[in-house]
Design a protein around this ligand. Sequence first.
Ligand code: PLP
Length: 221
Amino acid sequence: MNLVDRIAGLKQRLRLACEAAGRDPERVELLPVSKRQPLTLIREAAALGFSRFGENYVQEGADKAAAEPELAFLLIGPLQRNKAKAALQHFREIQSLDRPELAERLRRLAAELQVVRPVWIQVDLWNEATKLGGCPEADLPALLAALAGDPNLPLRGLMAIPPPEDDGAFAQLAALRDRLQQDLGHALLLSMGMSSDLEAAVRAGTDQVRIGTAFFGERVH
Ligand SMILES: *Cc1c(COP(=O)(O)O)cnc(C)c1O
């Protein structure tokens, strides 16, 4: 299947999911995840109207951002502290903020570089722990305190990768988003749902789905 057909199928899936949930499809962002996909495909997607892409690895995303400065790459993969500066330089948003030390480091570097980078807090409510990253709920107050409403790093929302077999996970995230919105006094978006579970995420109220394989096909290397 080519990219045009795959995207058409995906948009149809999203439309049906929104219809079933009584939601406006315009209010759910389809974020293509281009990790381990070649620039040629990213350029094809750009020609079809997509301008924002999720990337997991700092170096790979930095190379693509350098090659395509008109496009916006968002970091959705785990961020090590020694890559924090490169991440701020090459990515327009950081979705994988998950610990206070990282927030402090990003604040220092964003001030130094004089850049504004919207951030999303990646949460882990299921103690999946480790390799996927994510802030446990108990550590959220410390992370928010470390972020301290810094205007260089405006908080956009919450991102999560819930365990695939957990039916209640998306609703749990939506409830957490609602609580935090109340506490903070401003709107927060939800980034949840991937190729295999976008319908459930839409039903639970996601604002953004992050789609890799269902958009681009199998990853190449
Ligand atoms: C790879 C990845 C995706 C996309 O996954 P697919 O199953 O290919 O749609 C979404 N979010 C994150 C954080 C990822 O690492």
